[in-house]
Design a protein around this ligand. Structure first.
Ligand SMILES: CC(C)(COP(=O)(O)OP(=O)(O)OC[C@H]1O[C@@H](n2cnc3c(N)ncnc32)[C@H](O)[C@@H]1OP(=O)(O)O)[C@@H](O)C(=O)NCCC(=O)NCCS
Length: 135
């Protein structure tokens, strides 16, 4: 477990107001939760949070601190997340991402995800792309 306040500060930096601190705390305390962290220069630099339910994993959030982007941290974090979820019994991982989030779409495609559908107007200002990777 990483320092909660440091994690929440990074979550807000990456995602704005999407989760309250209680949402994040509840998610981490959920027994199905899987979280993986990367550190750089003594600081929390990147995180990923998801869940495994029976044989399916779902990735909720992945974020890298702006000071540490473009160094491969998210790619290596995703790899560790996939290993951990596979160890917990997941055979497949799903996620949803904004259709205009080019950096995330590229990261996911390079990490072996394929686009399986689009949810039109899922966000107030964007569509959601649903992606899947066989683990
Ligand atoms: C998306 C995000 C997690 C990438 O983190 P990162 O640590 O910089 O990513 P990496 O350095 O591991 O890059 C891995 C791949 O992602 C893609 N990528 C990363 N940044 C990119 C950018 N600015 N533009 C286009 N592609 C990008 C590339 O395909 C890259 O592979 P490459 O190095 O071979 O080009 C980061 O930009 C972020 O935190 N964004 C805000 C939160 C977010 O949108 N999260 C995803 C939705 S849940």
């Amino acid at each position: 477990m990483t320092d909660f306040e440091e994690l929440y500060a990074l979550e807000r930096l990456c995602f704005g107001n999407s989760w309250t601190s209680q949402t994040l705390r509840n998610e981490l305390e959920n027994p199905l939760s899987v979280a993986v962290y990367e550190y750089a220069e003594g600081k929390l630099a990147a995180f990923v949070i998801g869940r495994v339910v029976v044989d399916e994993a779902e990735l909720f959030q992945i974020g890298t601190h702006p000071d540490f982007r473009g160094r491969g941290l998210a790619k290596s974090l995703l790899k560790r997340f996939h290993e951990k979820t596979r160890d917990k019994g997941a055979a497949v991982c799903f996620l949803e991402v904004r259709s205009r989030n080019a950096a995330a779409l590229s990261l996911y495609e390079k990490s072996g995800y394929e686009r399986i559908s689009v949810r039109k107007d899922y966000y107030p200002d964007d569509d959601a792309v649903i992606m899947r990777k066989t683990l």
